[in-house]
Ligand binder design. Structure first.
Ligand code: SAM
Ligand code: SF4
Length: 318
């Protein structure tokens, strides 16, 4: 359906867990989070009701996210049941890739059409530092497994972090020469102030263009919220997602549902509408209200003031 500004809302980001097997410094506190009881979180049945309600309102694409979706024991069953909802044409997932090696094949057979894998560095020590303990080789094996399992829509998401990976922009972009995989650079967003962002950590996507200017980069166009470019001879595109330096609110097509059952009309607004415990009709009414409550734009983000989201990213889903 259209929101009050005429934007067609056809994309749902469904976070299925707050929990994660990594602790990325820009996303979640080192101590993890207070685990909520089962009855505070959406059950699989409620997730499927919510997706059915969304589909009846015109949602066609669902992205499963988290926390880390692959730590969820019933992930394959969730994928199958979401994909079988009438009206859902595309099922995507965003994952840190740590568990992907042994799961890629089954995910493909459970109806997942496309994977985004988060990868901010190609240096094993830096990876371990930023994720507080993760193993880079697990992610690289996961990427190989995704490609050999027949996923032909795989993207890598790299969050730009000044002083951490701005010296690796060319190497990360170079993955598009080696693999048929888009690499998208994402500006760091100042989510919860408890994460204590360093002001120097923010760098704009323009830095990517600057760093790649001598590598034969040509403009391709827009792909959703991403400005796309291509290196000559590459197998895939480079994308720039610039929530701070270039707002894309006017073309926003999405709503979010958190693992504890809150519909978020906007990533950077504190407004949340609960669907936990509602039946199908109740959920549909709330989701419709949330779509109509989408703001024209969120406030200008800056590192002087955190987002109004009121949650760390692992509790929203990105
Ligand atoms: N665990 C999965 C993963 O890392 O891909 C899915 C959930 S994670 C919250 C979704 C995306 O949000 C990841 O690509 C992650 O890099 C990104 N993200 C987390 N915190 C962010 C921040 N402060 N600014 C920009 N992107 C962020
Ligand atoms: Fe976990 Fe993803 Fe957040 Fe990293 S970005 S801590 S992998 S939820």
């Amino acid at each position: 359906m259209k929101d009050i500004l005429g934007r067609e809302i056809d994309y749902l980001r469904l976070s299925i867990t707050d929990l994660c097997n990594l602790r990325c410094r820009y996303c979640m506190p080192e101590s993890g989070i207070c685990k909520k009881s089962h009855d505070q979180m959406l059950s699989q049945e409620e997730m499927v009701f919510a997706v059915k309600a969304c589909a009846s309102l015109g949602i066609k694409k669902v992205r499963l996210t988290g926390g880390e979706p692959l730590v969820k024991g019933n992930i394959l069953s969730i994928c199958e049941s979401v994909k079988s909802v009438d009206g859902i044409e595309t099922l995507c997932m965003t994952t840190n890739g740590i568990l992907l090696k042994n799961m890629a094949h089954d995910l493909k057979h459970s109806g997942v059409d496309a994977l985004n894998i988060s990868l901010d560095t190609l240096n094993a020590d830096k990876f371990q530092y930023m994720t507080r303990g993760g193993n880079l080789s697990d992610v690289l094996s996961g990427l190989d497994a995704a490609l050999s399992s027949g996923f032909n829509k795989v993207k890598i998401n790299a969050v730009l972090y000044g002083g951490f990976n701005d010296d690796e922009i060319a190497d990360l972009a170079g993955l598009t020469m080696k693999y048929p995989v888009d690499v998208r650079f994402i500006e760091l967003m100042p989510m919860d102030s408890s994460l204590g962002y360093d002001r120097k950590a923010f760098i704009s996507c323009e830095t990517v263009l600057e760093k790649l200017k001598d590598f034969g980069l040509s403009k391709v166009g827009m792909d959703g919220v991403s400005r796309t470019y291509r290196l000559s001879g590459a197998q895939a595109n480079i994308g720039l997602i610039s929530p701070l330096s270039l707002s894309f609110c006017q073309s926003c097509n999405r709503i979010r549902i958190t693992a504890d059952g809150k519909v978020k009309p906007c990533l950077h607004s504190g407004e949340e509408l609960s669907i936990k415990g509602l039946d199908y009709d109740g959920m549909k009414a709330v989701i419709e209200k949330a779509i109509l409550a989408k703001p024209a734009c969120h406030k200008n983000l800056s590192f002087d003031e955190a987002s109004d989201a009121g949650r760390t990213m692992n509790r929203i889903g990105g």
